[in-house]
Design a protein around this ligand. Structure first.
Ligand code: ATP
Length: 596
């Protein structure tokens, strides 16, 4: 089993797109900042006010200490100062809540808007895009990168503004007391900035490793649970347990490394603060003895010095947050600037239904990195009525379906829908005319009714039941205790393979679109039910075009015309009886007759 590591770096680097500069990134964020400027302004006003109020508290303490040492402070004065400290602390508490609510709330709004944009963008991308990017890559963008940008635009901005205001104001107050003492007390601070910068860089790296380990662990658990039946069939439980345990150990090890760095960061900050305090005690004490500063000023100075420790630490932290935020924004930007390769600029409106739904004119197609074309010089008309298609595996049948569904680009003049070159039509217009049933039925963990009504959520129960009857699954559904309201488990685990296929078919029949493409989607249905299903399809055929791909002669013989593909080319075409004279079809028919 392959586990997707969610390696955004590797995945993106391979694609080698141009890196976005800061201006491009800001352009992406600017509209969100502009819309919420009032909220941000309110938040920062509250934040700066908190900083100033915090700086006022030591002034009250200074007044009290000076009053006490000079013998001028009486009880009333002390109560007055204490009440002032309490009131300021109360306002600080309210304003702290306010800035947190406003600014961190803003960063969550920003994250949501970016996530919505990313999601919308991904839904608009085409098949070649999803072949280049793994789901692990995309999930990593949608979780880790968005979380990093949120952190940078929330706590990062707060810490930057806070550090700036707090350090400027604390330094101002300290210098007002004594310039010399300020310079002495600040001597150890650069050590703190450098240490935080280095350690938080390492912390960031370790955090990334923790996240990577975590996504490996969760992806492994997901992949194991999804294929639990296969694992049991191959008695791989022990093997999987061992791999899971090893991944778990690696995750714990990465977390311990994070804890080590975090464990170093705070003691270093305290140590540096205490060294500053030592210098302050020595030189500040001397200044008090000389009478150059009062005891109150000395006490206030101590408070300011403590207040400086956080901003000094924040400098290194903010630099790392900003760096990480920019890297993540670049990845998001790279994803948002990917464009679908299938044309999205229609020049003409969808023509009304004509006799031929689809026409291929010397249609050739080669997958991006393939050396051999999957389809070569195909000349084919589909519709109205039932066109059958068969051919060896890998002969290009599903590729043709994908082209008809406009999942891959085709050159001009090769594919016509209702007489118009598909490159001149909107993909959505073409797709809206086609109901498609793929080889692998897609079933959601929802009720049977909701699964059938996926393409037409507004359909009535009567319509849903009629579609189920046409796909010969109505009787099976009624065997469930909750009938159409039965929840069929993740990926339809409560249904058999044949039931899943018929469910997918009923979904397509309910859509009642002019064209129906069934890509080998009846393969798991028994012969008797298969005939019922075919009757259901044939009953609704009037005026429609159906392309029915199958390896079964019994299915194909109902078609008015059968096309045989081999190595991407049409090697035979005609009615069932005519084709019996051709080698591939005759061998297939003989073999299936003998098997029966
Ligand atoms: N996404 C892809 N990228 C590159 N090559 C592909 C891709 N999908 C299919 N192919 C190749 O194109 C060729 C035709 O594949 P296709 O799936 O169309 O065959 P098919 O006739 O539908 O086979 P089957 O009967 O087994 O479903 C094969 O050689 C296959 O390996």
């Amino acid at each position: 089993m392959t586990v997707t590591p969610g390696g955004i770096e590797t995945g993106s680097a391979v694609r080698g797109d141009r890196e976005a500069d800061i201006g491009m990134l800001l352009r992406l964020l600017r509209p969100i900042f502009r819309t919420h400027w009032l909220r941000l302004a309110g938040g920062f006003i509250a934040l700066v006010t908190v900083d100033f109020l915090q700086l006022i508290i030591p002034r009250f303490v200074k007044a009290a200490v000076d009053g006490l040492s000079a013998g001028t402070a009486d009880t009333a004065r002390l109560i007055q100062l204490s009440v002032s400290v309490c009131l300021v602390a109360l306002v600080v508490a309210v304003l702290r809540f306010t800035w947190r609510y406003l600014i961190i709330g803003f960063s969550r709004i920003l994250e949501k808007k970016l996530r919505d944009r990313l999601f919308d963008h991904l839904l608009r991308m085409d098949q070649p895009f999803f072949e280049r990017w793994t789901i692990g890559d995309l999930m990593a963008h949608a979780s880790n990168d968005l979380a990093t940008v949120q952190m940078a635009c929330g706590m990062g901005l707060v810490a930057a503004v806070d550090a700036l205001v707090m350090s400027a104001a604390a330094l101002g107050f300290m210098m007002a007391i004594s310039l010399k003492l300020t310079l002495i007390a600040l001597l150890p601070m650069p050590v703190l900035i450098v240490c935080t910068r280095i350690l938080s860089g390492r912390l960031h790296h370790r955090f990334n490793l923790v996240q990577e380990q975590f996504s490996l662990l969760t992806e492994f658990a997901r992949a194991t649970l999804v294929s639990v039946r296969l694992i049991k069939a191959y008695t791989l439980e022990r093997f999987q347990e061992g791999r899971f345990q090893r991944l778990g150990q690696a995750y714990v090890r990465s977390n311990l490394k994070v804890a080590t760095i975090q464990g170093l960061l705070f003691p270093i900050a305290t140590l540096v603060g205490n060294v500053g305090m030592l210098l302050l005690l020595y030189y500040g004490g001397a200044l008090v003895i000389e009478g150059a500063i009062s005891i109150g000023s000395f006490v206030a100075f101590v408070s300011y010095l403590y207040m400086l420790i956080w901003p000094m630490m924040a400098v290194g932290w903010v630099a790392n947050l900003a760096q990480r935020g920019i890297t993540s924004m670049r990845r998001i930007h790279r994803l948002l600037t990917q464009q679908p390769v299938v044309s999205t600029r229609p020049t003409v409106a969808l023509p009304p239904a004509v006799v031929t739904a689809y026409a291929c004119r010397r249609l050739s197609f080669t997958y991006g990195e393939a050396i051999r074309p999957a389809l070569r010089d195909l000349n084919l008309e589909i519709g109205p009525g039932l066109v059958g298609m068969t051919g060896r595996t890998g002969s290009g049948k599903s590729t043709l379906c994908k082209l008809l569904l406009r999942m891959y680009p085709v050159a001009d003049g090769m594919l016509y829908f209702r007489g118009e070159d598909v490159n001149r039509l909107a993909q959505a217009d073409i797709r809206a005319c086609i109901a498609y049933v793929g080889q692998e039925p897609v079933v959601f963990a929802d009720t049977i009714a909701a699964n059938i009504a996926f393409g037409r959520p507004e359909a009535s129960m009567a319509e849903i039941e009629a579609a189920a009857r046409a796909a010969a699954i109505d009787e099976d559904i009624r065997t469930f205790a909750d009938g159409y309201q039965a929840v069929i488990g993740e990926r339809g685990v409560k249904l058999s393979g044949g039931q899943r296929q018929r469910l997918a078919l009923s979904r397509a029949l309910l859509c009642d679109r002019p064209m129906l493409i069934i890509d080998d989607a009846l393969s798991a249905i028994d012969v008797e039910t298969e005939q019922q299903v075919l009757q259901g399809i044939l009953a609704g055929l009037a005026g429609k075009s159906v392309l029915l791909i199958s390896h079964r002669i019994n299915v194909l013989r109902h078609a008015e015309r059968i096309v045989v593909l081999d190595e991407g080319r049409i090697v035979a075409e005609g009615r069932h009886e005519d084709l019996l004279a051709t080698p591939f079809y005759r061998v297939m028919a003989d073999k299936q007759r003998n098997d029966a």
